[in-house]
Structure formats: structure tokens, C-alpha cells
Design a protein around this ligand. Structure first.
Ligand SMILES: N[C@@H](CCC(=O)N[C@@H](CS)C(=O)NCC(=O)O)C(=O)O
Length: 219
């Protein structure tokens, strides 16, 4: 039976979709527009906060993109994207799987400022500057980690790169990652993967969250 993924274009559910595509699993995608549609009683019975992603696998319903990544690897990966308990890279793999959320929280706060709060007068330049700076600091950590390798782990590409790669995909909308050469090359490598491209919305898709090339602060 196919997995079922509840998804909004380029939301954190892209992380789950990209991983499902890397694993070449069958999936039925239930696409929502970002906002009120997520608050139906039907969807709230699956995800109590009405957020994405949410994954159904047979009888199982699971939310939280990090937990979904761990679950998909544990059940469906043949050792390529997962670092199983006991593997020497296991602790580092877990660290980066969850670091992905640390990064995305800044991008999510910036998304709220630049997009969700539609009236510019209600946005906070202080919050925007602070979150942009904190996002930059989080990217600096990747810049250092990637100085001697192509992917986060020494052994190569893993689900941790999918998690962090999504965070960069959105993070780069709020800060110029060309300022970080290792990170820019890393994003280039990740975004040229077929599974990544299959997880993006079509150019003319409706219900996109991000419709501008970027949302960088101008001052
Ligand atoms: N930590 C959660 C965060 C989930 C989350 O906040 N998702 C956002 C999309 S990126 C959402 O559904 N927001 C809808 C809303 O807040 O109304 C995860 O990683 O799955």
C-alpha cells in the first residue's frame, strides 16, 4: 500500500517528500494550500495542530518531519540514507537530522514576517534582522562542517542532508548563501538530485508559499 503524505508546497513536508523520493517509495500526496485548509476537523484528527508534514503508513499516523525521517529510514532504507543504532556515525546523523529544525525555525519565523503577516505595518524589522542574523550563524556552522567534505557525514550522502538541505532551500530565500562557498556548493549538489527536483512544485503550481525569488532584507 502506498504511503500517504499531507503536504504544502515547499513547507517542511518537502523534507518528507524528498526523502520518500530518494527511497523510491510509492506515495499519494494530499496537497493543501498553506493556511486555513489545514484546520479542518478531518485533518486535525490526524495532526492536532493542523501542520504539515503528516504521514500515513497503513494504520500508522505520524507527524514531525524529524520523526518521519527516522521512521522512513528505519523501515524502508537499505543502509544508504540511514545510520542505524550502533553505526559509528549514528550520533552525528541524529544531530544533523535535528539540527535541520534549528535552522528551519529561523526561516519559518522569517516566513511569518515576510509572508504570513500580510500587512507590512505589522511586521517587525527588529525580529527580521535578529532572525536573519541567527539564520546566518546557523549556516556558518554548516560552512565549517563542509570544509573537508561534500556532505554532512564523512561517509557521504544521508537523510541528514535531506533534512538540512530543505532548511537551506528555504533559508536561502532569506539570506544570500553565496556568502558561504562550501554551503553554496553543497546546496548546488543537493538541488541537482532528481529526488529533490521531483519534490518541488511545478513552476505554475497554485498555492505556493514562496512566490518571490527571495525575501532578503534591503538594509
Ligand atoms: N517541527 C515540525 C513543524 C511543522 C510545521 O510547523 N509546519 C508548518 C509548515 S513548514 C505548518 O504546517 N504551518 C502551518 C501553520 O502553522 O498554520 C516539523 O518539523 O514537522
Amino acid at each position: 500500500m502506498a504511503l500517504k503524505l499531507f503536504h504544502c508546497h515547499e513547507a517542511r513536508s518537502m523534507r518528507s517528500l524528498w526523502l520518500i523520493n530518494e527511497l523510491k517509495l510509492d506515495v499519494d500526496v494530499v496537497l493543501f494550500s498553506f493556511g486555513r485548509a489545514l484546520r479542518s476537523d478531518d485533518y486535525l484528527s490526524r495532526h492536532p495542530l493542523g501542520r504539515v508534514p503528516c504521514l500515513e503508513d497503513g494504520e500508522l499516523t505520524l507527524f514531525e518531519s524529524g520523526a518521519i525521517a527516522e521512521y522512513l529510514c528505519e523501515i524502508y532504507d537499505d543502509g544508504v540514507l540511514w545510520r542505524a543504532p550502533g553505526h559509528k556515525e549514528r550520533p552525528e546523523w541524529l544531530q544533523w537530522i535535528h539540527y535541520a529544525e534549528t535552522m528551519t525555525v529561523h526561516a519559518a519565523n522569517l516566513t511569518q514576517q515576510a509572508i504570513v503577516i500580510s500587512d507590512p505595518a505589522l511586521r517587525s524589522p527588529t525580529v527580521q534582522k535578529l532572525e536573519t542574523r541567527r539564520l546566518g550563524k546557523a549556516i556558518e556552522v554548516l560552512e565549517s562542517q563542509l570544509q573537508d567534505r561534500d556532505y554532512l557525514l564523512a561517509s557521504g550522502f544521508s537523510a541528514a542532508d535531506v533534512g538540512v538541505g530543505y532548511s537551506l532551500h528555504v533559508g536561502r530565500l532569506f539570506t544570500d548563501i553565496e556568502a558561504y562557498p562550501n554551503v553554496a556548493a553543497y546546496y548546488q549538489r543537493l538541488s541537482s538530485r532528481e529526488a529533490f527536483k521531483q519534490s518541488l512544485p511545478a513552476m505554475d503550481a497554485e498555492h505556493k508559499i514562496y512566490t518571490q525569488q527571495n525575501y532578503w532584507l534591503t538594509e
